[in-house]
Design a protein around this ligand. Structure first.
Ligand SMILES: [Cu+2]
Length: 73
């Protein structure tokens, strides 16, 4: 399992947190999603053999939350 931190500048409120969680949590391979609104970060635990980080980025982009940066948790 991999752990990453995604910087998502568009995060601004609890609705954003909910939208991102709902977009990612149901996906196969996503273990855990935690959105921190004040720091505009998404903490993601996922199985890289099941879902790619590019897929995660695409899903967030579809929801109008482009990922600006990815770092290891
Ligand atoms: Cu919001």
């Amino acid at each position: 399992m991999s752990k990453v931190v995604l910087d998502v500048p568009e995060i601004s409120c609890a609705h954003c947190s909910q939208a991102i969680t709902q977009a990612l949590q149901p996906q196969a391979g996503v273990e855990k999603v935690r959105v921190d609104v004040p720091s505009r970060k998404v903490y993601l635990d996922y199985d890289e053999n099941t879902i790619s980080i590019d897929k995660v980025k695409a899903l967030l982009a579809e929801e109008e939350y482009p990922v600006a940066n990815i770092s290891n948790a």
